[in-house]
Design a binder for this molecule. Structure first.
Ligand SMILES: Cc1cc2nc3c(=O)[nH]c(=O)nc-3n(C[C@H](O)[C@H](O)[C@H](O)COP(=O)(O)OP(=O)(O)OC[C@H]3O[C@@H](n4cnc5c(N)ncnc54)[C@H](O)[C@@H]3O)c2cc1C
Length: 309
């Protein structure tokens, strides 16, 4: 493909991969304007502070539709993220970020109140609207593909967005390393990644809504629900996310052959076994079942390379 760079100069490439973020221009270019980020109704403010001595490891505080949380970065620094309801997706003036954060933290006491009072200017405050994208498959046109937040941006509530983008990259590399033509590899990539990214998006979205809908009246019920259900809900997500994104552990044999004297027992056998799968080898006596197992286990060397795994 011919690529024209805005900074000048053309280039010739076999594949173009766009990780150009939630506002992806490449997504718009490939698939039109129908996939713009959908605003959740909430935004997140991030501020870095000096870390007070004896500050807790990580703290989250709840108030109606205003949830500040504090995360240590190192011995000396911590950062706050404050999730707030932002009706109408306002475009805030960065020069007023300090005023807006202080307003949104009005009424807090303790550590949140102290940190609020220490904010003296807008410098270093970052505001991000919380928006989502779930691009329907396919994520590619020809040999141009959009990945990462450009294809599947989610709320940060299970801290997996960057993880999903990285996984996209390594799974892409894995699929391009097979004998599949590039366009088939891109189709396979989307099919493999979509359910996992959608799960992350759905779970993150639900946590965001649950957290932000707690009121003084519903607080006791919310705490009870967390105690009763959170462990199980987390386990359900972990079952999926603890599965490796890569299928490296797959046993893959290509073109395996075995001859004993003049008897050809196995002739160009291809086989793929994924972890957890159960396969049955079915055939008549003498059809080569046990020879195949012995070849897989290394007991018999293959007669003809390549037999790869
Ligand atoms: C508040 C918050 C907290 C988060 N916390 C976590 C967390 O704890 N863990 C986690 O895994 N994820 C987290 N995420 C999500 C994570 O930040 C994103 O999912 C991740 O950055 C997506 O990576 P990406 O490469 O797809 O896009 P981006 O990181 O957005 O990178 C896209 C890049 O492309 C560049 N670009 C765009 N257009 C062009 C162009 N035309 N030419 C050249 N360059 C271009 C942009 O400048 C940008 O640098 C959080 C997000 C938010 C908002």
């Amino acid at each position: 493909m011919q690529v024209e760079f805005t900074e000048g100069g053309p280039g010739e490439y076999d594949l173009v991969v766009a990780f150009d973020g939630i506002k992806s221009a490449m997504r718009r270019r490939l698939f039109g304007p129908g996939h713009e980020p959908v605003f959740s109704g909430f935004g997140v403010w991030r501020v870095t502070f000096p870390r007070p001595p004896r500050s807790p490891a990580a703290t989250s505080t709840r108030a109606l539709a205003r949830n500040p949380a504090f995360i240590p970065l190192n011995e000396r620094e911590m950062y706050m993220f404050l999730v707030t309801m932002e009706p109408g997706q306002p475009r805030h003036d960065p020069a007023r970020f300090d005023v807006l954060v202080r307003e949104r933290m009005a009424g807090f006491t303790g550590l949140p109140g102290e940190l609020r009072d220490s904010i003296t200017g807008p410098e270093g405050i970052v505001y991000s609207p919380l928006s989502e994208v779930m691009l329907p498959l396919p994520w590619h046109r020809g040999r141009v593909v959009v990945l990462g937040d450009a294809a599947h941006a989610c709320a940060p509530h299970i801290t997996q967005g960057a993880g999903m983008a990285l996984e996209d990259a390594v799974v892409l590399a894995e699929l391009l390393g097979t004998s599949m033509p590039a366009e088939h590899a891109l189709t396979a990539l989307g099919e493999r990644r979509w359910p996992r990214c959608k799960l992350v998006q759905d779970v993150s979205h639900q946590i965001l809504l649950n957290e932000m809908s707690v009121t003084a009246g519903s607080l006791p019920a919310a705490i009870k629900r967390m105690r009763d259900e959170l462990a199980l809900q987390t386990a359900r997500v972990d079952v999926v996310l603890n599965q490796p994104a890569l299928s490296h552990e797959r046993l893959e044999v290509q073109n395996a052959s075995k001859t004993f004297g003049t008897a050809k027992v196995l002739d160009s056998v291809d086989l793929q076994l994924a972890p957890g799968e159960i396969h049955a080898l079915i055939g008549q006596n003498g059809s080569g079942k046990s020879t195949l197992i012995k070849l897989l286990s290394g007991f018999h060397p293959a007669t003809r390379a390549p037999a790869s795994w």
